[in-house]
Design a binder for this molecule. Sequence first.
Ligand code: PMP
Length: 438
Amino acid sequence: YDAVVLLPPGLSRDDVIALERRHVWPPYTSSEKHEQQEPLVIVRGEGAWIVDANERRYLDGVSSWWTCTLGHDPPRLRRVLREQAEQLIHVAAGGITHAPIALLAKELAEVAPSGLTRTHFSDDGSTSVEVAIKIAFQHWQQNGRPKRHRFVALAGAYHGDTIGAASLAALEEFSGVFGPLLFDIVRPPPPDEGWDAVIDHVERELRARPDEIAGVVVEPLIQGAAGMRMHPPEVLQRLRAITREIDTFLIADEVFTGYGRTGHMFACQRAGITPDLMCIAKGFTAGILPMAATMATDRVYDGFRGGPSRALMHGHTFCGHPLGAAIAREVLAIYRDEKIVEGVAPRAATIARRFAKIAEIPGVRRVRHLGTIGAADLGEGGYSGAMGHRVYEEALRRGAYLRPLGDTVYVAPPLNVTFEELELLLDILEESIRAAIA
Ligand code: PMP
């Protein structure tokens, strides 16, 4: 096909860039960098590939910020989008419901860790976390623990960019400037002395002030934005045990880890635990529409009985729109029909084999992998390190999009990436690391 026709008539690639530079305000980019950088102008997505206005194809090694778990623009989701648009596009939630949202909520309860039966719908990952902490806080306010004002979150945590989610986050680069606006978090030390020491610290804090902690928030098995830092399932099991013992909430942020990324539908299932609240986004609509969810147990939900003054005081215009719900249902159907989660293990084996080789490249400091994620640290600069960007540029030249996390380069391709594409992606990564380090 001719990529030129995929831009609106009379508009060139350079026109798009000029307009973008003049009028768009992109995330995480200084104004002068925005005005100088040469963005990719993407005109089409096809499976694991994105195609730019020059008709160059790039393997999307990071699934568009980890969200396109089924690849770009899957035909089944395109079809459902069209069909649902013919029927009903949007109504707000107040006193109104519709079949797609009711069916979706039931189907979510079937695939989630058992006991998560209730779903509050919203728009994006940050909001799903914001909702979870507001539910936890309000629950204790009206159920006999009004001094529970604080949350525990781990070192290296990232939970989103809204003020509540950013308060939980521990990444200075993202939230440092907002310090005075953020609320105070109980934060254990980083796992330099091992994860047992971290959890021991959490345990001590919870035992010392059981009346103060509204919940413990965790990215299960892997902290994405921190640089793909992984921990064993026992960490989750211990957090579950101690939160249960003092009867406070465990909140699992599965925005990144959910929907098969780690080899289970949800990472909590790998540890055999059910959190009290669970946040999902990204894979939820496989990146097709902005939609997210916060799931809760009946016990949490039941804390909001007793009249209007005890109602959940949170809601958005888009609390579960039909279009998003129809897509999210079809995503679950594709996961079932195409055995998407079962397909992770063989891909994980490929990633493990190839990262063992990458570990041998002089200059690569550490590698790790879990499910469809493989990561390599090329320096100690953390999030502000520049090595990852060099690999990114090398990879673009070779036909892969690999947006790094500072000095950490990683792959998190669509879960249904073919084995051929995966080997190609890892070839490009390996060559790009060698070229960047040389
Ligand atoms: N939680 C986690 C674990 C995430 O990785 C992210 C986004 N990368 C978020 C929350 C925020 O999601 P969103 O960007 O959709 O607001």
